[in-house]
Write a protein that binds this ligand. Structure first.
Ligand code: B12
Length: 441
């Protein structure tokens, strides 16, 4: 019995031609292509949960063609929203060739939220986390019958400490420049635009330290490139757990990038520890510099209340020897052309090591999408445009063209020789001073 785990092809940008051209030709944007070279941890976990009598293959369409003529018993496809169209095409083509001889299953956040749509193309739809429902489906399959929908809510809640090491050995080691490791799920902030919190919930749940170490060790054994990125949406929410985990990293001697919220910047002692145990960059969502936008994004006003802390907390992080990579969203309701200039100034004044500026995107299942549907502000529903670099909203003041121009302008303003050199000088000085202090101790 054979299973193919398929990650469909995705595009960084779809129809925003000016940005597409920029990405292709800019000397400074090469890292975007590297950063986007991600494998699906979800599929690798499912592979690890699959009994040994199945023969498994991981196919990443970004690196190889789908072998449509090869006969598998089960096809397991994953899809973010922008991959959905391609995922359905693959499913359709496979069903055209093989009909009832194969079962096409699909999962992940997109279909979780639109199961009826996926049901038009696929035989089995998985809703929610699948660590318990996938093995249930496989045993149903072996018995000769299976359901069309497997919903996580019908099974025990997922115990993160029971999740096996993802099957990194199924990957082509040459393809992936980053090792993505997930140590926790859930984030309490509940931002209007975020689909991850809708999927993994607001409760912060963690894997055991032993699991994390095992995953890192296994990934480094099978993959050529060793840069680790933790995919937790907000990794250091529990200080004691984090410290204990960080100390375990010592023997591994790793360098890593992690995502956190800006409140981490107030804890200088913890930042020093982060640096000591290998953190090189913190990826932080600043989202907007307009207090009215921040108030809209997050009903608890948590984000809004952090705004005045941004500069001081960023300084603390950099002083600890860690670079700050900021995430900003363009196109929130109160944005004007001048708010985009403010973002450029903010990035430069605060010496951000890098920034990901994306366009506001109303992902299925988010509160933002509900609001946009109510307000009649969705520009179209072509999933392949949900890239975060294509405009999908009707903005009260800005046209599609203006938003595209501003996006390009920000990237051009911050990814250039002048800022790169300025930033490097600044970081060099801070890191040298830090080293001097340490040597003098
Ligand atoms: C690492 C990461 C990446 C990596 C790797 C992507 C990948 N293939 O996993 C890279 C850098 C490439 C990336 C890029 C993008 N990403 Co990203 N990324 C993540 C991140 C941080 C972690 C993903 C992860 O490893 N999760 C852990 C695994 C275990 O969870 P999972 O994949 O959901 O799998 C579980 C279930 O969904 C289910 N499942 C999944 N697939 C299948 C299939 C079958 C058959 C079955 C049975 C079950 C099943 O089983 C798994 C176990 O429970 C998530 C946020 C998050 N917390 O998940 C965002 C996230 C997935 N990314 C997102 C987005 C939007 C993007 C981008 C479009 C752009 C951007 N600006 O970030 C690009 C597009 C790339 C693409 N593939 O389309 C969104 C997707 C939402 C959506 N509805 O589309 C997320 C949820 C972030 C968010 N806050 O909204 N991303």
């Amino acid at each position: 019995m054979k299973i193919a785990f398929i990650s469909p092809k995705f595009k960084i940008v779809n129809r925003n031609e000016s940005f597409k051209e920029y990405l292709t030709n800019s000397d400074y944007m090469y890292f975007y292509n590297i950063f986007w070279s991600g494998f699906s941890n979800g599929l690798l976990i499912l592979a690890a949960l699959t009994p040994h009598d199945f023969e498994l293959k991981y196919i990443d369409e970004n690196y190889e063609n789908i072998p449509f003529k090869e006969k598998f018993d089960i096809i397991a496809i994953t899809a973010t929203t922008q991959q959905a169209k391609r995922a359905y095409q693959i499913a359709e083509e496979l069903k055209n060739i093989w009909g009832r001889e194969i079962i096409v299953a699909i999962g992940v956040s997109h279909v979780n939220l639109l199961p009826e749509e996926a049901g038009n193309y696929c035989d089995v739809i998985f809703i929610g986390e699948a660590e318990n429902s996938w093995p249930a489906f496989l045993s149903d399959f072996k018995r000769g019958g299976w359901e069309n929908i497997y919903n996580a809510d019908d099974y025990d809640p997922i115990d993160l400490t029971k999740i096996p090491v993802p099957r990194y050995d199924l990957l082509n080691p040459d393809c992936y420049k980053m090792i993505w490791i997930q140590t926790s799920r859930g984030c309490p902030r509940n931002c209007e635009f975020c689909s991850a919190t809708k999927f993994f919930g607001r409760k912060y749940r963690t894997k055991s330290e032993e699991q994390v170490i095992k995953e890192i060790t296994a990934a480094r054994e099978f993959l050529k490139f060793q840069q680790i990125l933790f995919s937790d949406d907000n990794m250091f929410l529990h200080r004691d757990r984090s410290i204990s985990l960080l100390k375990k990293f010592k023997s591994l001697n790793i360098s890593f990038v992690a995502q956190a919220d800006i409140s981490i910047g107030q804890d200088r002692e913890f930042l020093e520890m982060l640096k000591e145990y290998g953190c090189s960059i913190l990826f932080i969502g600043f989202e907007s510099l307009d207090v009215r936008n921040l108030a809209l994004m997050n009903k608890s006003k948590w984000k809004m209340n952090q705004l005045s802390n941004y500069p001081a907390y960023i300084r603390n992080i950099i002083q600890a020897g860690i670079g700050v990579y900021g995430a900003f969203i363009l196109g929130y309701d109160w944005d004007t052309r001048s708010s985009f200039r403010d973002i450029i100034k903010f990035i430069k004044d605060n010496y951000l090591a890098g920034a990901q500026i994306t366009l506001l995107t109303h992902l299925p299942g988010t509160d933002l999408r509900k609001r946009y549907i109510n307000e009649g502000r969705i520009l179209n529903t072509e999933w392949e445009n949900y890239t975060f670099f294509d405009v999908n909203i009707k903005h009260p003041k800005l046209s599609k063209k203006e938003i595209e121009e501003e996006l390009l302008n920000i990237y051009r303003s911050i990814y250039n020789k002048e800022y790169l050199e300025k930033k490097n000088r600044y970081y060099k000085k801070i890191f040298q001073d830090k080293l001097k202090k340490e040597l003098a101790k």
